[in-house]
Design a protein around this ligand. Structure first.
Ligand SMILES: Nc1ncnc2c1ncn2[C@@H]1O[C@H](COP(=O)(O)OP(=O)(O)OP(=O)(O)O)[C@@H](O)[C@H]1O
Ligand SMILES: [Mg+2]
Length: 240
């Protein structure tokens, strides 16, 4: 369980998050919806230790993680598939995936079956399997996005943060990404999902939060949010 209470964070003197609270119970998919610039990525960065929160509390399985560095937080089982294509371009697909398992290989996370998980990741993402020996930098944008997701899962994490996994993907790949998210959910993977496709995100999620200008303005079970007129007007109409 990831619990965020009254989180404030920003960049230098600019405050972006004005005290937000989010709960991600084990085994559930929670989605964070909001317009461009609302503070979704900033929330992810504050959770993963990439930026230091200025107030509030973040706990993972009961342990305080706010103020810790990113590697310590990853070792506790929090994996992050960041916005954009953040893969190691001069390494192969397989090596990128093994790097996701690094804390397991060095003994700072339970080792489990790394090779078995690598095989499962390849099965889950057949496009990556076909390209396992290719340098990650030569993958297409969509393939790199999938690699970032698969690498996060290779931590065998307590929770995965997915920041716009469908960004820049062709419609057919967007569908594939949502299928993969559903499959991970059915395997019991806990996820915090940020998505531009709010309708699809609410379809896969158990519960959702709406973030506007750094504040949570609505939250509730995904089925309820889908029928909330304000949410429909702002996020589910027209092009969404
Ligand atoms: N490194 C940074 N330095 C200064 N300001 C930043 C930085 N990163 C983001 N911001 C600002 O913080 C605010 C929130 O940005 P953030 O990236 O969290 O939005 P977002 O909800 O993820 O938007 P999008 O849907 O476009 O990805 C924006 O006003 C943005 O300009
Ligand atoms: Mg963002």
């Amino acid at each position: 369980m990831l619990s965020i209470k009254n989180l404030e964070a920003g960049y230098g003197k600019v405050k972006v998050l004005h005290g937000i609270s989010i709960e991600v119970p084990n085994g559930q998919v929670i989605t964070l919806i909001g317009s461009n610039g609302a503070g979704k990525t900033t929330t992810m960065r504050a959770i993963t230790g990439m930026i230091k929160p200025t107030a509030g509390e973040i706990t993972l399985s009961g342990k305080r993680i706010d103020g810790s560095d990113s590697y310590t937080i990853a070792r506790l089982g929090l994996a992050h598939s960041p916005e954009g294509r953040r893969v190691f371009s001069t390494m192969s697909v397989t090596d990128n995936l093994l790097l996701g398992a690094f804390p397991r290989l060095t003994g700072s996370r339970p080792k489990g079956d790394v090779q078995g998980d690598l095989d499962r990741a390849m099965d889950l993402f057949p496009r990556l399997k076909e390209r396992r020996n290719q340098l990650a930098g030569t993958l297409s944008g969509g393939e790199q996005q999938m690699l970032a997701m698969a690498r996060a899962v290779m931590l065998n994490p307590e929770i995965v943060l997915l920041d716009e996994p469908s960004m820049g993907l062709a419609p057919i790949l967007v569908e594939e990404v949502f299928k993969i998210i559903s499959r991970l959910k059915s395997e019991g993977v806990t996820m915090l999902l940020v998505e531009q496709f709010a309708a699809a995100a609410l379809n896969v999620a158990d519960y959702g939060y709406v973030l506007e200008n750094g504040r949570i303005t609505a939250h509730g079970p995904a089925d309820k949010l889908k029928h909330d007129p304000a949410v429909i007007a702002a996020y589910l109409g027209g092009s969404h």
